[in-house]
Design a protein around this ligand. Structure first.
Ligand code: HEC
Length: 396
């Protein structure tokens, strides 16, 4: 196993980098989307082939952007491409996936209460999902299905949900989530690498050779761009939800994921419609009602509590055995070097202060103890629940 201190630093650096380049990628993608929605035909046709233009003001300067469809008559000296944001987001994402889930397989990738596959099998399943998932998606885009957006969306959605369900039978719930996110992210990045950029390259090459560019390359790229556009919000949700066990900790976490993906893509659709100047009054209210219903439906079920009142001493013993190996000023568990998330559960006061988080983590979502590495029993979870429900009192 990799040294936990080193692993934490690598984790932090990869995450930082991932967020920075990801923000760059999504920022440019939102910006170009906005441009396409706001570009209007020029008032005066200069005969240069300008299809649309837009004026904006930002940071103390005025900008005029002009769009040429399919191409400007002549290539400028410097043409800016947008691709490294996508590539680096993907590469850093894969690094992060490896650091957190593959090097820390026993803690984050696997969950003995889900299945007892080996770390190797879990990693194979994760990587296999990304590879096969991309191949299937790419095939769908090349098949006649792509001409039917509704059918394509339904099939894509069902397949993604099936992947979430399948993974949740073998991997920890959190790992199942992140792999669905990684699969969508992989499709987005490979769309850029294999289709969008080569299509643009063909157009540029044709122009350099003095030929009229084949609009087909541009059209294929536009389809993938549209898919990327719809995938952005669900992917961001999945990445952030990784820090919220209320989502992936649910018994049918894959269904929660499917619902959120649908809502996220729906909201994106509303933005796209609005951008085209089409009014839609029902998508946002439906999405809002949907999210509230989801929160209600997926709320943790009350568990059966022990009949008699629980003494704090009993809680203290359980926490000391099951949690404090990691959650201590000086953890004794080999997988951590410092108390995770700065949660220290040693003194009665510390335990009382974190009472509700303790219940969320160890009872409602069962995310703690991590990978159940300290073998916490269900009866012990019930004791914790009873103590917190009764007001989390510390008697001396
Ligand atoms: C094997 C080590 C380990 C054990 C044992 C363990 N934890 Fe944790 N705990 C972690 C790690 C690692 C994290 C940070 C997880 C992350 O990065 O999201 C964490 C996070 C937490 C958090 C903060 C969650 C958040 O996102 O803010 C709480 C609360 C918590 N644990 C409670 C407990 C309780 C209660 C127990 C015992 C029932 C327990 N832990 C046992 C390793 C452990």
């Amino acid at each position: 196993m990799i040294d936990p201190y080193l692993s934490d630093w690598l984790n932090l650096l990869a995450r930082w980098f991932h967020i920075v380049v990801g923000a760059g990628w999504i920022g440019t993608s939102f910006y170009f989307n906005w441009l396409n929605n706001n570009i209007r035909p020029p008032k005066v046709d200069t005969g240069e082939g300008v299809k649309g233009e837009v004026w904006s003001v930002h940071g103390g300067g005025f900008y005029q952007v002009r769009k040429f469809q399919v191409s400007p008559g002549q290539l400028p000296e410097t043409l800016h491409w947008f691709k490294y944001e996508a590539y680096f987001t993907w590469i850093s994402g894969i690094c992060l996936l490896t650091i957190v889930y593959y090097l820390g397989a026993d803690r984050f990738l696997l969950d003995p209460s889900v299945s007892d596959i080996s770390a190797g099998a879990g990693i194979g399943l994760g990587v296999g999902t990304l590879v096969v998932g991309w191949l299937v998606y790419d095939m769908m885009c090349r098949s006649p299905l792509h001409k039917q957006p509704v059918a394509f969306t339904v099939v894509g959605f069902l397949l993604t949900t099936a992947v979430a369900y399948g993974l949740s039978q073998f991997l920890s719930p959190r790992a199942a989530y992140i792999h669905v996110g990684a699969l969508l992210g992989t499709c987005m990045a490979l769309n850029v690498f294999f289709v969008i950029i080569p299509g643009q390259r063909e157009m540029v090459d044709a122009m350099e050779a003095g030929k009229e560019p084949d609009p087909d390359g541009g059209r294929r790229g536009a389809l993938r761009s549209l898919h990327n556009n719809y995938m952005t919000l669900p992917v961001l949700f999945i990445m952030v939800s990784n820090h919220y066990p209320i989502t992936f900790g649910h018994e049918h976490a894959w269904a929660v994921l499917a619902a959120i993906a649908l809502l996220g893509a729906g909201v994106r659709h509303w933005f796209n419609l609005r951008g085209k100047g089409k009014k839609n009054v029902w998508i946002l209210p439906v999405a809002a009602v949907g999210i509230v219903s989801l929160a209600v439906v997926s709320a943790p079920e009350p568990i059966e509590l022990p009949a008699e009142a629980v003494a704090f001493a009993e809680v203290h013993t359980i926490i000391t055995q099951r949690c404090t190996p990691c959650h201590a000023q000086q953890p004794t568990h080999p997988s951590v070097v410092a108390p995770p998330k700065d949660v220290v559960l040693e003194t009665p006061e510390e335990i009382a202060r974190h009472a509700s988080a303790i219940k969320t983590q160890s009872v409602d979502t069962r995310m703690m103890p991590l990978g159940n590495l300290t073998n916490m029993k269900d009866s012990e979870r019930a004791v914790i629940a009873a103590w917190v429900e009764a007001g989390a009192k510390v008697d001396h």
